[in-house]
Design a protein around this ligand. Structure first.
Ligand code: SAH
Ligand code: SF4
Ligand code: F3S
Length: 470
């Protein structure tokens, strides 16, 4: 039975927020020059997508955009809580804003995103970062205009960080960063509670958007020239479980694949415990689904996987990869790994290395374990010295670099249908492009190719990228 627990914000409530945007725009109408906003984003694609919504609201409020905090009437810092290092960087940057605020006392400083939802962080901002005016968690993002309106019309600070299961809000305007590639959230939140991870605590419970809303958004993007759509969710494979409609993620992919137009469909992240044979078959059948899968395995040892609360073991993971490759032999595979989970011994870590050798991923995102307050893993004994963890980490990176370089070398001489996606910042090359499997290619060519699929002959390769010619 589908459970229908997802709370949906009513269209009237979103309308009220959009009306407030217009009122704010009127308030600012008398200014000599249009006010500017700075939106700084940390963390994953979910946060990038949220920042596109924040910019959408800000544009409706009449703001232009700047990268310079000195020029900004409003600064919005959209934060990530996944690791301690990310948090410290954010707090450093927020601390530095005390100086800009001193020279521009009417500047509004906002901190939002995943860190804002951590009670310790909100408390710290309240006490020690008194120049921050507004703090709100991801669950309150849809009410951003109301917060800004209050700050502009009366003094005081706002903290909207109540622990909520979360809701779905449709109709928030967006300013997208990239006309060629777009993020489309299909669901929000996470129910998995991997023992090391803070996301379920800060992003609320799993909830799916209605398929019609997702399909309408993709259709509009494709009509406007978007060529690469990435569907987002912490675990896209549980899409639809909370909907009345019997559609699952594979069915949703199938529906998106039917939308007319020349574009690629990607998605992330898939949890191995929920990646089904049906998903693999759908990927093999639908011509618009890019031949790439990001399937985080986190650790190669079964005891550690269990302690991580991942609900699969090494053999099941390897079996999934085998079944997927049987259907799609050339699929590009990427993954996430954590090194130094509490209690992981070096022999256990070495099973991560052997898993790498067995699967031979095209690319890997490697993380050193970082204890997150409030998660079960943070309470575990963690006897391994940091130096040993770092040594293991370096062994992992070295092995993966070798594999990535070999995988890239195999492209030499081939012709790939690449999507040209932007200007290259590296002086020698003018353009960047992506293979269907999302490998980066640098090449030379005219700027007007951006947004087009072109055949590229691969003439060079290293660990991180490919080089080619038209
Ligand atoms: N929902 C996605 C992952 C989101 S977080 C999934 O399940 O795959 C992205 C990655 O950050 C995770 O895959 C994990 O490898 C890493 N990560 C999460 N919590 C971490 C922590 N406490 N320390 C180190 N890495 C962590
Ligand atoms: Fe975190 Fe696990 Fe959820 Fe991914 S699936 S967001 S790693 S709890
Ligand atoms: Fe970070 Fe939140 Fe994403 S913690 S990784 S920004 S979901």
């Amino acid at each position: 039975m589908p459970n229908q627990t997802t709370t949906r914000i009513s269209p009237e409530d979103i309308q009220r927020q959009n009306d407030l945007c217009r009122q704010i725009a009127q308030l600012q109408h008398s200014l000599d020059t249009p006010p500017l906003a700075l939106v700084q984003t940390y963390g994953c694609q979910q946060n990038e997508a949220d920042s596109e919504r924040l910019r959408g609201y800000l544009a409706q409020m009449g703001f232009g955009f700047t990268q310079d905090p000195e020029q900004a009437r409003i600064v919005v810092i959209n934060t990530c809580a996944i690791r301690d290092h990310a948090e410290r960087k954010v707090l450093g940057n927020v601390g530095a804003l005390v100086h800009t605020k001193r020279s521009h006392p009417d500047q509004i400083i906002c901190l939002c995103g995943c860190m804002a939802q951590e009670p310790e962080v909100a408390e710290k901002i309240k006490k020690s970062f008194r120049h921050v005016d507004l703090v709100f968690g991801p669950q309150a993002l849809w009410r951003f205009p109301e917060f800004v309106h209050t700050l502009l019309t009366r003094r005081g600070r706002i903290f909207e960080v109540a622990d909520e299961p979360g809701s779905i809000a449709e109709g928030i305007p967006m300013v997208r960063q990239d006309p060629v590639k777009a993020w489309v959230s299909v669901m929000y939140g996470c129910n998995n509670f991997c023992s090391y991870c803070i996301v379920p605590y800060v992003r609320g419970r799993e909830r799916s958007r209605q398929p019609e809303d997702i399909l309408a958004e993709v259709r509009e993007l494709v009509q406007n020239g978007c060529r690469d759509v990435t569907l987002l969710g912490q675990n896209v494979n549980s899409y639809g479980k909370d909907l009345e409609s019997p559609l699952d993620f594979s069915d949703l992919l199938e529906e998106i694949n039917k939308i007319p137009g020349d574009f690629l469909i990607r998605f992330m992240t898939s949890h191995p415990k929920d990646a089904t044979q049906k998903l693999f078959e759908t990927m093999a059948r639908c011509e618009k689904i890019a031949p790439v899968l990001h399937l985080p395995f986190q650790a190669g040892n079964d005891r550690i996987l269990k302690a991580m609360n991942r609900h699969y073991d090494r053999a099941q993971y390897l079996d999934e990869i085998r079944r997927l490759r049987a259907l799609l032999p050339d699929i590009v595979l990427t993954s996430d790994v954590i090194v130094g989970f509490p209690g992981e011994t070096t022999p256990e870590f070495e099973e991560t290395l052997t898993l790498l050798e067995e699967v031979r991923f095209d690319a890997l995102f490697t993380f050193l374990y970082s204890p997150r307050p409030g998660t079960p893993a943070a309470k575990l004994d963690d006897p391994m010295p940091r130096e040993e963890k770092l040594q293991n980490f370096n062994r992992l990176v070295e092995l993966q670099n070798q594999i990535s370089a070999q995988k890239h070398a195999a492209y030499l001489g081939s012709v790939q249908r690449c999507l040209v996606d932007g200007l290259c910042e590296d002086g020698e090359w003018t353009l960047t492009a992506r293979t269907p499997g999302n490998r980066l290619v640098r090449l030379n060519g005219p700027e007007d190719l951006i947004g087009q699929f072109v055949p590229v002959k691969i003439t060079g390769a290293n660990t991180w990228s490919l080089f080619g010619e038209l």
